[in-house]
Write a protein that binds this ligand. Structure first.
Ligand SMILES: [Zn+2]
Length: 446
């Protein structure tokens, strides 16, 4: 059966399920997966017993709140224990066909196993996101993400299953990637937001006009927050003349668990796969939909390694109202990593808030560096920015304006704003850019 390319949904019935129906399905899957985890994964057997809870306690979705949390540390502590796949795994190794591993940017890399069915459902979900942003079989798609171990690598299969012509770009050097964009005229590309922007700048410097010489209509970005910051998305769109869509993935679940639709108002999350809770970042108390806290995910259908109440470390919220696009699956908004958040004068500050302000100032290049440090026993932050070439303002005025804009948006002024000329900051990188330097633990007296 060939799919109707004019239908805006990949799986209309699933994507537009009335909320009660969706929750009914979630409850069925939740009961099944909690029992499966308890019966097959040594860790869950032990932790549920210790907490005095049983799979049969799940009568409603809310009953999940009785169960203990897990986090990255649980994964690290249990992997390799008892078996190669560790104590969170619920299937024998012969049922596993694929493992991805996290980058290990915040510690020991953790691996995520998939059964054949897990993997097929993962790719069907990726096809759904590609279709949601308007990718169709007549598109040419460049997958410019790392293929080495990274869970986002195989997402290209989701695009292929949809019928698009796929170019497995990986992490090619920029010159080679620009050659592909020029020669093969692809229409869709997926990369990180900072790289999408830098690639555009490199194209301009190499004498290309990205709007005329290339045929890119849509850019998918993930891996950093930029795609959800309107000013950053717009900056990338202006260079490329293409629409930018933000995707959100977790190495522990799928390459993309959530994706923006044409309204760009939060990211639809695959609620048929993931039960979302939001909890208070300090107490773990469960919050109402719409409130901001740490996102906690329970995977409803992944059998190789079920995640029951996994604290993601991401701060955000979920909007469960129906979207203008017709989809009923909730939309998450991510504000930042819990680890990146810092507190200045009792105000929670996310680097993404600072980025949004900097990208809105037309006289700056948009590159920036944030330093967080401690002085007089309180956290403070300083910001370094680049003034665009040809701007008719002195550095002092630029610093004062940036400082005022930050104070207006965030509520607390930076301790200092340092202004560099265009290209003066060493933050441009091919992949994830390091833009936040936390100096709070550095003892300068040594
Ligand atoms: Zn929508």
């Amino acid at each position: 059966m060939s799919r109707d390319i004019n239908n805006k949904f990949w799986n209309e019935e699933l994507e537009t399920l009335p909320r009660e129906e969706l929750q009914k399905r979630q409850l069925e899957d939740l009961k099944e997966i909690v029992k499966f985890a308890y019966d097959n994964a040594p860790y869950y057997k032990r932790s549920f017993d210790e907490a005095g809870v049983k799979p049969e306690d799940i009568k409603t979705l809310k009953d999940i709140e009785k169960f203990p949390f897990i986090n990255k540390k649980t994964q690290r502590d249990t992997q390799g224990v008892g078996s190669f796949l560790g104590e969170l795994a619920a299937v024998p190794e012969e049922d596993v066909v694929f493992i991805s591993t996290s980058s290990g940017s915040t510690g020991v890399p953790t691996m995520s196993p998939f059964t054949k069915k897990d993997f097929d459902e993962f790719q069907d979900t990726e096809s759904r996101w590609f279709w949601q942003i308007g990718m169709r079989p007549n598109d040419r798609y460049v997958h410019a993400l790392n293929f080495s171990l990274y869970v986002g690598g195989p997402d290209v299969i989701g695009a292929q299953n949809l019928g698009a012509l796929c170019i497995w770009g990986g992490t090619l050097p920029s010159e080679r990637l620009l050659f592909i964009l020029k020669t093969y005229q692809p229409t869709v590309i997926w990369t990180s937001p900072s790289y999408a922007w830098q690639l555009g700048e490199k194209a301009l410097k190499a004498g290309y006009d990205p709007k005329k010489d290339f045929n890119i209509k849509k850019i998918i970005v993930a891996g950093e927050l930029g795609g959800s910051i309107d000013a950053t998305r717009k900056a990338i769109e202006d260079i490329w003349g293409a629409e930018v869509f933000d995707f959100y993935g977790l190495s522990d679940i799928f390459g993309a668990c959530a994706a923006q639709c044409e309204y760009h108002d939060g990211l639809h999350i695959a609620e048929n796969h993931i039960l979302v809770e939001t909890v208070d970042i300090h107490t773990g108390e469960v919050l109402e939909p719409g409130q901001t806290g740490e996102l906690v995910f329970t995977t409803l259908r992944k059998h190789a390694r079920p995640l029951i109440r996994f604290k993601t470390g991401d701060i955000g919220r979920i909007d469960t109202t129906k979207c203008k696009c017709g989809r009923t699956h909730g939309r998450i908004s991510i504000l930042g990593r819990k680890d990146d958040m810092f507190i200045v004068s009792a105000v929670n500050v996310f680097p993404s808030d600072i980025e949004a302000v900097i990208r809105e100032q037309s006289y700056l290049t948009g590159e920036y560096l944030i330093r967080i440090f401690e002085k007089d026993f309180t956290s403070k932050y300083a910001v370094e920015v680049e003034k665009s070439t040809g701007v008719d303002k002195d550095d002092e005025t630029v610093a004062a304006e940036v400082s005022a804009a930050l104070k207006a948006r965030i509520g607390v002024k930076p301790a200092k704003v340092i202004v560099h000329p265009d290209g003066g900051l060493n933050t441009r990188s091919e992949h994830k850019s390091k833009r936040v330097i936390d100096e709070r633990n550095i003892d300068y007296n040594i």
